[in-house]
Write a protein that binds this ligand. Sequence first.
Ligand code: ADP
Ligand code: MG
Length: 259
Amino acid sequence: MTPIGHELGIENVSKRFVLSDASEVTAVRGINLRVAPAEVMSIVGPSGCGKSTLLRMIAGFEKPSAGRILLGGHPIVRPGLDRGVVFQQPALYPWLDVFDNIAFGPRMRGRPKNQYRPQVTRFIQAVGLEGSEHHYPYQLSGGMKQRLQIARVLINAPELLLMDEPFGALDAQTRLDMQELLLQLLQEHRPTIFFITHDVEEAIFLSDQVCVMSARPGKVIETFQIPFERPRLYADVAASPDFAALKLKILSLVHRKKG
Ligand code: ADP
Ligand code: MG
């Protein structure tokens, strides 16, 4: 079973918020992006440039003020099981143990227990949580919680995975481990991925395309194609001269002075 992600199309999307004093904030303006099936796109850009707003519109939590967002050619109008969302702070059920947190999705979909049990066990192994099946979220480290969160989302085989700075709260070593784990998990199930990060190296390592956004109102400044073959190992990619050159180019755009 290898479900392949769907194409994501963002067409001329703008989002304006009207505040309580009737003033308006334009979070993003005129965004056009295309992510091919099973590709990974990362978004980098200054804080407040509308990255999370864009992700929430793709998730269906917010509606664009203009433009439209298509998944597999169909407009997104509401949240759906075809999309999995991973935030920086893992959304876990504190009253369920590791096994039941992962089993939650299949159970909600009415899958019979004998069918999802082996699948949950496989995901526990895949994210390295064996031995912690019966621990509760409060008993897990930050890295373990984030691994649990990813297992919980991937078991639903989403066509699109939306990740908003998922590793931002982790220490440097755990973050590298999580990046490699994510790539490894994707060998098997290959959703399309929309990934937000502050970390330019992380963006390059994980992605097929890296999109740099300007300060608010967020617009696309430039999108870079990332040439490294998959499967990737961090040490190999980081040692390549192409990596250093891309990193420098992207960083200079992210830190570009306005005006
Ligand atoms: P980023 O994720 O790039 O840091 P956000 O998407 O969180 O940026 O925010 C972009 C801008 O939109 C910010 O100025 C933020 O204050 C504003 N914003 C986001 N959500 C809302 C909302 N629900 N109501 C009003 N303004 C919002
Ligand atoms: Mg954000």
